[in-house]
Unconditional design. Structure first.
Length: 122
């Protein structure tokens, strides 16, 4: 691997991914599963490195607000199970009967909400 390309992973990241891949193998993951995991993690790390470079480029063009919007657009924060359930319920009118898949979304949202309430200090 050449180190001249701007998206070459730093040696620390390569070592970290290799160490984690070994841990997956030790935990009983099959060879193909470890390979797929490693490819996915390397792909994500490369995409994140590219996004960081794009954000720095945008910052250098004196548009300080644009890099935050770019990052938020390209790496949105996933909705919580509670928010997904609320959005599903809100988008339907009275008398709606959820499909089995929609019930799973609602159930997961209720379970997450219950866990959050139970974690509150008493």
């Amino acid at each position: 691997m050449t180190t001249e390309h701007p998206i070459t992973p730093p040696p620390e990241l390569v070592k970290q991914l290799c160490d984690k891949a070994i841990l997956h193998a030790v935990d009983g993951a099959k060879r193909g599963e470890v390979d797929v995991w490693l490819i996915q993690e390397a792909f994500r790390a490369g995409a994140d490195q590219e996004l960081d470079a794009c954000c720095e480029w945008v910052k250098s063009r004196q548009t300080y607000w644009a890099h935050d919007e770019l990052r938020a657009f390209r790496r949105p924060t996933p909705l919580s199970a509670v928010a997904r359930a609320e959005a599903l319920v809100e988008c339907h009118e009275d008398g709606w009967c959820p499909s089995p898949a929609q019930w799973h979304v609602i159930r997961d949202g209720l379970a997450e909400g219950r866990r959050a309430l139970e974690a509150l200090p008493k």
